[in-house]
Ligand binder design. Structure first.
Ligand code: ATP
Length: 359
């Protein structure tokens, strides 16, 4: 059974649409990420689900019941919002017990639950510490334990890791994901970090200007974005303006023709078309001899190398455009700035998408 559903949910602030006719079903036990650039309506949509914001129109249902106008404190949802800080005058255990106290849970049951949660977040030895003496990651874990203390039916997380440094953030992504899977708790998380969404989500909801641009499994969205906006937002990509000849070939900006797998996604109405190829799909060979090479092999010159040890990214200047290729020192030993290279674009990795509408 799908627990949470949104039907044509809309929120206007004066004349502006923060959320614009959103339809969504959230499957039980999954972790869903709302992903999109700043101002696209992610937080507003999460606040509507939480009951902290009333939609201008539309219906929010949970377990078959219309909860659109149900106050937040009657929804039984756990929340970790950036602004919802821990109580600084309380200990770790007191913070976690707080929602249980509010519900007047029996003292013994409270203490058993707190002990179990402290084990779960791996901080059993810190029960009596003031939360002010914890690290950022430990505080985040306590906030999550507090949010799940009363076994909510839905967990809502709004950028819960944004205050952490990169390394801790990555570790916490894995921790939250493992915890969520272990508990099987349906979770919705807002983030503007596509890597975070790719790491954690069962499904990603990509938002653009208050609307849903695409919903799907992370890799499906990465591999098969429906629009230039989604292609650009999810991961690194080479997005080139091309003209399609209608028979499996496109002309690149420099005039060279290459073959592509016939387009699945290009609407007939699209006046402009883009070719998307991810950097890891561009095959680089050192050299310039194109004789006998496949049609999809382009000559270029290396104009920049971002070498991070295990992998490297090469920028390749071709006639009329630039490509980014991901490679490794083992695949392309001796690759250096200024070198002539051949970049192969395998037809199956070349996706055609409609260009985003001009503003
Ligand atoms: P961010 O990643 O920056 O937090 P977001 O995707 O969460 O952005 P929202 O905070 O949902 O975006 O805001 C969506 C739009 O609604 C923005 O244009 C914002 O300015 C506007 N907005 C949000 N809350 C209000 C409010 N209380 N009054 C007026 N406008 C608002």
């Amino acid at each position: 059974m799908t627990h949470l559903t949104l039907q044509a949910v809309t929120k206007r602030f004066n004349a502006a649409y923060a959320v614009d006719h959103v339809d969504l079903s959230v499957p039980d036990g999954k972790l869903i990420c709302f992903l999109g650039p700043s101002g696209c309506g992610k937080t507003t949509l999460l606040r509507i689900i939480a009951g902290l914001e009333t939609p201008s129109s539309g219906i929010v249902s949970f377990a078959g019941r219309d909860i659109t106008h149900l106050p937040a404190n009657q929804r039984d949802f756990g929340m970790v919002f950036q602004s919802l800080a821990l109580f600084p005058h309380m200990t770790v255990a007191q913070n976690i017990a707080y929602p249980l106290r509010l519900r007047k849970t029996a003292k013994i049951a409270q203490s058993q639950r707190v002990t179990a949660l402290l084990e779960l977040i791996q901080l059993p030895h810190m029960a009596n510490r003031p939360v002010t003496q914890l690290s950022g990651g430990q505080r985040q874990r306590v906030a999550i334990a507090r949010a799940i203390a009363s076994s909510p039916k839905l967990l809502l997380l709004d950028e819960p890791l944004s205050a952490l440094d990169a390394k801790l953030r990555e570790a916490m992504q894995v921790e939250i994901r493992l915890l969520q899977q272990r508990l099987g708790i349906t979770t919705i998380m807002v983030t503007h970090d596509q890597r975070e969404a790719m790491t954690m989500a069962d499904e990603i909801v990509v938002m653009e200007k208050g609307r849903i641009a695409q919903v799907g499994k992370p890799l499906d969205i990465y591999r098969d974005p429906v629009s230039e906006f989604v292609a650009d937002f999810i991961g690194l990509g080479n997005i080139l303006p091309v003209t399609y000849d209608g028979a499996g070939g496109v002309s690149l900006p420099g005039g060279q023709q290459i073959l592509v797998t016939p387009p699945a996604r290009v609407p007939a109405s699209a006046s402009e078309i883009r070719l998307l190829i991810r950097p890891e799909d561009v095959c680089v060979r050192i050299g310039s001899d194109t004789a006998g090479q496949s049609q999809n092999r382009l000559s270029g010159t290396v104009s920049f190398i971002r070498d991070v040890g295990a992998s490297l990214e090469a920028t390749i200047d071709c006639a009329g455009f630039t490509l980014t290729a991901a490679t490794t020192p083992r695949e392309t030993p001796g690759l250096m700035l200024g070198m002539p290279v051949l970049a192969e674009l395998p037809p199956h990795a070349c996706k055609l998408i409609a260009a985003r509408a001009a503003h």
